[in-house]
Design a protein around this ligand. Sequence first.
Ligand SMILES: [Zn+2]
Length: 296
Amino acid sequence: MKTDILEKLSGRVLLLDSAMGSSLLAEKFGSGLEAGELWNVEDGKKEKVRQIHQANVRAGSDVVITNTFGANRFKLGHYGLAGRVRELNSAGARLCREAAEGKALVAGDIGPTGEILEGSGGDRTPDEVRAGYDEQVAGLLEGGVDLFILETFMDVEELKLALEAVRAASELRVIASMTFQSGAGRLATMWGLTPEQAARELTEAGTDIVGANCGMGSEEMVQVVGRMAGSTGLPICAQPNAGLPEMVEGKTVYRETPEQMAEKAVALAAAGARLIGGCCGSTPEYIAAAKVKLGL
Ligand SMILES: [Zn+2]
């Protein structure tokens, strides 16, 4: 029988992994001019993706996330790769599974399309976006994943379409995670949803785990988790950035150290987070440090 993440979670806090996108950029492969998901199939590059997965598993990740965040037909379309959705997702899942070697669960990563839905002021119909996610989900299932993580969503309606796509094709567990920003004295998604509202809407939409990732460092993430915890009975997942990005000599840098992030992992757990990982700027060193701090 397959391991159910909810069963594992009932025992202890679980660790997700650290950032893939910013790690690949640090490897100097990423010019941003090509799709990072292409690295799942290119010789010389897929080894790097595998190494990042392996480094996270070695650091103590209980769940590793596939390199498929932007592998939907809309985002890949910007690189002329719209016809390769299934292949790149399937390859990403296989690569991650091989690297995990059964020591960690594999979460199929799905991010926003980068398009704006009709109902939110854009011109994409829900059917178009849903069809895009159906295709991505099929590729991830073909490659083999243990669960799904839908992350960095700013529009809850788009997230719900991705969730519907997963539910239509599988019975695997789903983490649904949104990105909040702080500004003007309030924490909310770019579309104005508060952590409480997001937690309630996602719970009603039928996800298994709710979460927040990206957009902020660990300090503010603790607040988001605390507010979500008061609004849902579901487990909460938190993946902060290593602080806010700063531009230094044309490069993006994140200033929180693995040690600082790990200190905050304890606060995240105290606020109610049951799954803890890192988003932009985080490294396997953070996962290793969090493991120690959390006594896992
Ligand atoms: Zn991020």
